[in-house]
Design a protein around this ligand. Structure first.
Ligand code: XMP
Length: 523
């Protein structure tokens, strides 16, 4: 699907914040896409941006490790450019300024003084102060600084440590900021990005989920015509929203395959069938492959081995089922924009099938054409589209669940008796979290089954049973995570309920490890 709107081109020099820039710009209502620094002239021409944002980078302009050879192309576009951190430094170098590596890296919160008049920062300030040009609370992370202005530029912001913390050439509409407007610590950052995109680049705020749905429906109908589409529905947000969008466009030409691998949470298979088949009327093939998966996992203890077996088995079952459906010529996937960017960054190109545990790369010989209706959306946009299409909150706002399911939450060998215990314990924990109104304040919560034995007393008798660990974390991006400080009484209540109600559990522990050094899942 192509988008015919005003748009901003974001060049990714490798900053951890690049995706955030694109999300913020879209939150403002302007369509944006991220491309690598070596984007071809043709591609850029096709994209027709109204403005360019150059991201930050973990590297220094003094190294040759970052490809800045595309800069002349971006400048030649004749549209406004905003360089952020490394982006500002490379723009400054290219236009005749100088950059030096500072003795100390400036990292974290800083206050920037906006200086002189600039279209970018005019009137945007945090502190109430008497001067016309106020202070801005910002987030800094840099080792290099611009030390000599390029011709035609003026200083528009400075801090105590960095005299040139913002630059502007108002004639060419080139701007640079040493700080990061895209992170929330820069309180007025979104306004600065909005100022750049709307007022300086002249973009109309025309990117909305309603319009996305309308134009997607048109393009799906046009592309698919009367052909049949197959989709592996996992019940996760992405495949559910992709299925709902396709269903709205092509109705029963969409056939969803839902594989119950026996590694799902309590009542999950029923919930997916009730929601999508009964309430929303999707055409679903239900495959009960519980025994097949458990047999394949018997005796296997290594986490990565378990993942591989599950991925392979899924493809086998999915392919077998799809061969029973006549006349299918498309495979739909719930690939979303971060997957596209990541596969492009891996050098794998942006058209690689997402090697996801639920909807793993299918064998070439199936010769299906690929349709990925969400490939331009970020996760929060996918959720909005889902809500708009009537997918219930229970699905759209659900915590993420790994493709290999409970197999990576039963440590070591997966046995059906362990899975049963884990399902019950997990359900108690999640219900309590919901009752305490904590579910949407937590990014991910779950129970883990530890197949070790611990001594306890139940009634008057000694018990010698298994252990359940509880995990609850908050995170922005799942790359790092913090343990949630759950109230002691709450934890004691959950532990008592689990030990009393779930057979074969004598002890409950709470995992307080953050990521890093821990990971979110235990395996
Ligand atoms: P970790 O454990 O790596 O988890 O800190 C980060 C996020 O990824 C999920 N996760 C997976 N998802 N297949 C998936 O589809 C997997 O093999 C897998 N392993 C972890 C995890 O639940 C968390 O949200």
């Amino acid at each position: 699907m192509s988008v015919n709107l005003d748009r901003i081109l974001i060049i990714d020099y490798g900053s951890q914040y690049t995706q955030l820039i694109a999300r913020r710009v879209r939150e403002v209502g302007i369509y944006s896409e991220i491309y690598p620094p070596n984007i071809s002239k043709e591609k850029m021409g096709d994209f027709r941006p109204s403005g360019v944002i150059l991201s930050g980078s973990p590297d220094s302009v003094s190294n040759d490790t970052v490809d800045v050879e595309g800069l002349p192309l971006f400048v030649a576009l004749g549209v406004p450019i905003l360089g952020i951190c490394f982006g500002m430094q490379s723009l400054a170098c290219y236009t005749g300024g100088e950059v030096e590596t500072s003795q100390e890296k400036e990292f974290g919160f800083a206050q920037v003084r906006a200086r002189g008049h600039s279209r970018l920062l005019e009137g945007i300030q945090d502190a109430t102060n008497e001067s016309k040009h106020g202070l801005l609370d910002v987030w800094m992370s840099h080792g290099d600084s611009v030390t000599k202005l390029p011709p035609g530029f003026k200083v528009i912001a400075s801090t105590l440590n960095t005299p040139i913390a913002g630059i502007a050439d108002e004639v060419r509409k080139f701007y640079g900021l040493q700080f990061h407007p895209e992170v929330t610590h820069t309180k007025r950052g979104k306004e600065i990005l909005e100022r750049f995109c709307v007022e300086i680049c002249g973009c109309a705020k025309s990117w909305s989920t309603e319009d996305f749905i309308k134009s997607s429906l048109r393009s799906i109908e046009g592309e698919i015509g009367t052909e049949k589409v197959l989709l592996g529905l996992s019940g996760g947000v992405d495949s559910s929203v992709a299925a709902s969008l396709l269903h709205k466009a092509i109705g029963d030409q969409l056939i969803c395959v839902f594989v119950d691998n026996g590694l799902l949470r309590l009542g999950e298979a029923e919930q997916v069938i009730n929601t999508f088949q009964e309430s929303m009327g999707l055409n679903i093939r239900f495959v009960n492959a519980q025994n097949e998966f458990l047999e394949a996992l018997a005796g296997v203890t290594d986490p990565e081995e378990k993942r591989k077996i599950i991925g392979k088995k899924f493809i086998e079952v999915f392919e077998r089922e799809s061969l029973t459906i006549a006349g299918v010529s498309w495979l739909a996937q719930g690939t979303i924009y971060p997957d596209v960017i990541e596969s492009a960054a891996d050098g794998a190109g942006s058209h690689v099938i997402k090697s996801h545990h639920n909807v793993g790369g299918l064998p070439e010989h199936m010769k299906l054409k690929l349709i990925e209706p969400l490939r331009l959306l970020f996760k929060d946009e996918v959720r909005k589209v889902g809500k708009e299409l009537g997918v219930p909150d229970d699905i759209v706002l659900r915590h993420p669940f790994p493709g290999p399911g409970l197999a990576v939450r039963v440590l070591g060998e997966v046995k059906s008796s362990y899975l049963e215990v884990l399902r019950e314990a997990d359900n108690i924990f999640i219900e309590e979290i919901r009752d305490a109104n904590l579910y949407h304040k937590i990014s991910q919560a779950f129970a883990v089954f530890l197949p070790i034995f611990s001594v306890g007393v139940k009634g008057d008798a000694r018990s010698y049973e298994h252990v359940i660990a509880l995990r609850a974390i908050t995170t922005d991006d799942f790359m790092t995570a913090e343990c949630v400080e759950l109230d002691q009484q709450f934890l004691e209540r959950v532990a008592a309920k689990i030990v009393n109600q779930v057979p074969n559990v004598s002890r409950v522990v709470y995992d307080v490890t953050s990521k890093p050094p821990g990971t979110i899942e235990w395996e």
